[in-house]
Design a protein around this ligand. Sequence first.
Ligand SMILES: [Zn+2]
Length: 162
Amino acid sequence: MTTKQLYDQFLKYFTPEELFSPAAYKKYKHLGDYFFLSRLDKRLIETLLWIREKKGQKMTINNWLWGGRFDERGVRDTSTHMVKARAKANDAWLSAHALSMGVDYDIEGETAAQHRQWLKSIANELPHPIRLERKFSGKPITWVHLDVCDDPRSPKVYQFDV
Ligand SMILES: [Zn+2]
């Protein structure tokens, strides 16, 4: 599959607004949808597309385009609250979201815990290694954080607590 074929297929299911902040979308939208996808780790695009097609269920990342409250579930750029707060505190941040390597999403018909379990069960089929956040301060996370940070010391589907 060429990059263009990959992007065209991905755009059947996802829009750039779901993956970027309102400010980033506004600033760069004149450059077109491919521009935004070119700013994402290709492994992330391939993995999200693979999951979307395998499951056949709707996945929701950012929903600000449709009036929802989520605008930091995709790429976190310098206009977003979370990056601004770290910059202000002089805190270096290598979040997968800031590196265009990770997203948070919900998937229709499954809880986040069920979905993480499914991803673990089909680990061998996944196009790339992934990491999943499991618990936050001891409580199961109710959305799916998936990123493609690839550390060879970790299993192919690596669940970690934050
Ligand atoms: Zn996340």
